[in-house]
Design a binder for this molecule. Structure first.
Ligand SMILES: [Zn+2]
Length: 244
């Protein structure tokens, strides 16, 4: 599997919003600015067959209207299934209709022409999101925002884990333990109630001895983690690719 880190930053960082791509087929999150970043990094959006949304914070899903619009422009023939929390489609309908100042009901037309389907779920259990790619969802803890999901995506005998935005909780252990490599929230130098810190990542690295990829990094967290030289930790730049 090829993991491409489209964006690795938090809102406060110069890097783009956290977003990852697997084998040019599965996108994890589609936050503010991510669609332009995909184009900039040479990714063909028509190759994306599934999008997994971790939670409904704008830096993780606000570019879905632009994804739909771009596929619409392209007359894309690929069906894209958007796996997302309950209520997502309604929000995207509003955002699409507000795109034209709330003066037109463009959503249904755009969605159909772009061949996009919304699949709102509570739990994904060994769900084949794209042929040969199986996904489990895990509830994680992200302050008051509920639900917030992490994922494990498996193809044959390889698995990539994603924490989404989360403080350190039991399901982070489950995700890391059951993956070959885990992409983890490392927003701040120190943990808080909504995000993991460099301290958590160092701890997880010591417990599991697994490869970890940091994402959703603020400026201070990126700097501190580089200084600490934490074993097994990859601190990627936007656009970096990792073969698993
Ligand atoms: Zn968030």
């Amino acid at each position: 599997m090829k993991l491409k880190l489209i964006g690795t930053g938090s809102i406060a960082a110069t890097e783009r919003s956290a977003c990852s791509l697997i084998d040019e087929k599965i996108l994890i999150d589609c936050g503010n600015g991510n669609v332009k970043t995909l184009v900039e990094q040479g990714v063909d959006v028509n190759s994306i067959e599934a999008i997994l949304i971790t939670h409904l914070h704008a830096d993780h899903f606000f570019d879905l209207p632009f994804f739909i619009l771009l596929k619409n422009f392209n007359n894309s023939q690929t069906i894209t299934k958007i796996y997302c929390p309950k209520g997502t489609e309604k929000i995207i309908e509003h955002l699409c209709n507000d795109y034209v100042a709330g003066q037109a009901n463009v959503f249904e037309k755009w969605k159909n022409n772009a061949k996009v389907e919304f699949i709102e779920f509570d739990t994904l259990k060994n769900k084949e999101v794209v042929t040969g790619y199986y996904t489990n969802s895990y509830l994680v803890e992200h302050g008051d925002l509920k639900p917030a999901y992490g994922y494990i995506i498996r193809k044959e005998n390889k698995a990539i884990g994603f924490s989404g935005d989360s403080t350190y909780c039991e399901n982070i252990n489950v995700i890391v333990k059951n993956s070959d490599i885990a992409v983890l929230d490392m927003s701040f130098p120190e943990k808080n109630k909504t995000h993991m810190g460099v301290d958590d990542i160092e701890n997880i690295s010591n417990i599991f001895n697994k490869k970890i990829v940091a994402t959703h990094m603020g400026i201070q967290a990126r700097k501190l983690a580089k200084e600490k030289k934490i074993k097994n930790l990859i601190i990627p730049s936007d656009g970096e690719e990792i073969e698993i």
